[in-house]
Design a binder for this molecule. Structure first.
Ligand SMILES: Cc1ncc(COP(=O)(O)O)c(C=O)c1O
Length: 418
């Protein structure tokens, strides 16, 4: 590898996914395309999004409520369009997915089914300083069950003086909680450090002590390689506005392993949209769930939100998610090379918080800036580089394979250096 601009341009010239950038609307300031490294926050809008959206609006205009049954894409079956491409991205069977609600809502719903405290088995293991919404979810959910969050939540964090969490410490905590452990609910990728967790090992450890295991995949879905089905994960939830580019406040999704689809012992909060499809409109008493993850659906979903999601899944399907992962890995290796190079020239100016092995698996890179972090961040913005600032001194960037270029990584590191 080389650190000159020419090398970045060479990489872009041979990038098999380069053309997919043109599928997205790149934000501009004063007529110049921004370096948009915020795919971990809100993914960019595919150009075809408005076409898919208008198709639904059009159908509504032409058929009114009959749009559920008529037109090019009757809304009653619209959900089916999302399942196959999404299943490829998260490594699930299509029947194990339901696209519904939003992330925090879905976490609560999954807790209803998979957190059944009883006897001495009541504890939950989670990340220390998990994303605030998850913390509030745990707190209020436990209180609603008459439990004390301070007693039942076991938070595992980095050791003193360290910034990331050791897998061994997670596994030891699971082992130590043993028969008292009801649930492990962990993140796929830490939002602050970009650390990618070993979901399979965590799942195996949780199951070995008889606990259920679920994941918040907000920063993992559409970013890292996932095999939710074969890793035997019980459930997972994610939002679709980040790496999945489904728009601000996009519809979320949940994975529920197929072994639970017919399990009548599981509790759930139900609504009519999770009712057996053949007889849903008979509107009879007594809840009969669809025998798939769709049985966890509650309310009438919005075809408008489905359309936004679909427009991005179409791009993923055309590019091939495995190809995206290959490019993400190459970008990460190049990015690391440039950052290491810069650190050799300017030692101690910043620290790469994201472990090298996590960087090789996901898009996010978190940099801890030793001095003048905010000034540096403002300077990046002035130079047309959209990154993300986290107090007190962290800059997060996430070059993504579908619309970012190697040249942009080069520019970012240039500005960082200067
Ligand atoms: C890790 C994580 N969990 C939960 C949430 C909350 O998601 P929502 O607002 O869709 O419920 C976010 C939002 O960014 C997140 O990053």
């Amino acid at each position: 590898m080389r650190s000159d601009l020419g090398y970045a341009l060479e990489l872009d010239a041979v990038d098999p996914l380069a053309a997919f950038r043109d599928e997205f609307i790149i934000p501009e300031v004063q007529g110049r395309e921004q370096v948009y490294f915020l795919g971990n926050s809100l993914g960019l809008q595919p150009k075809k999004t408005s076409i898919y959206l208008h198709q639904v609006l059009d159908q509504w205009a032409r058929f009114g409520v009959e749009g559920f049954f008529m037109g090019e894409d009757p809304w009653l079956q619209y959900h089916d369009h999302l399942l196959k491409p999404l299943a490829e991205i998260v490594g699930a069977l299509p029947a194990e997915l339901v696209v519904m609600n939003q992330l925090t809502v879905n976490l609560h719903l999954m807790m209803v089914s998979f957190y059944r405290p009883g006897g001495k088995r009541k504890k939950i293991i989670c990340e220390a300083r998990a994303f605030p919404s998850d913390q509030y979810m745990f707190e209020t959910h436990l209180i609603s069950l008459g439990l004390n969050p301070d007693e039942e939540l076991i938070e595992v964090g980095p050791r003193d003086g360290e910034t990331t969490i050791r897998l061994d410490d997670i596994l030891s905590a699971i082992h130590a909680a043993g028969e008292e452990l009801a649930l492990v609910l962990w993140g796929g990728v830490n939002y602050y450090t970009g650390q990618v967790f070993d979901l399979e090992s965590i799942t195996q450890a949780g199951h070995a002590v008889g606990a259920k295991v679920g994941f918040d995949l907000a920063h993992a879905a559409g970013n890292i390689k996932l095999e939710l089905h074969s890793w035997n994960i019980d459930f997972a939830c994610w939002c679709s506005y980040k790496y999945l580019n489904a728009g601000p406040g996009a519809i979320g999704a949940a994975f529920i392993h197929e072994r639970y689809h017919k399990d009548e012992t599981l509790h759930r909060f139900a609504g009519w949209w999770g009712y057996e499809k053949e007889s849903r409109f008979k509107m009879e008493k007594g809840f009969k769930p669809v025998q798939s993850a769709e049985g966890w659906q509650l309310s009438t979903p919005s075809p408008l939100l489905y359309a936004l999601h679909r427009s991005s899944l179409v791009v993923f399907a055309a590019a091939g998610f495995d190809n995206c992962l290959v490019k993400a890995q190459k970008m990460a290796a190049y990015h690391r090379f440039l950052l290491d190079h810069l650190l050799t020239d300017q030692p101690g100016k910043f620290e790469i918080l994201t472990p090298a092995e996590s960087m090789a698996r996901g898009c996010q890179v978190s940099l801890l800036v030793k001095q003048g972090g905010r000034t540096l961040f403002d300077q990046l913005t002035r130079q047309g580089i959209f990154a993300d600032w986290r107090e007190p001194n962290v800059i997060r960037v996430a070059p993504v394979p579908l619309y970012n270029r190697y040249e942009e990584i080069w520019r970012f590191v240039q500005v960082l250096g200067s």
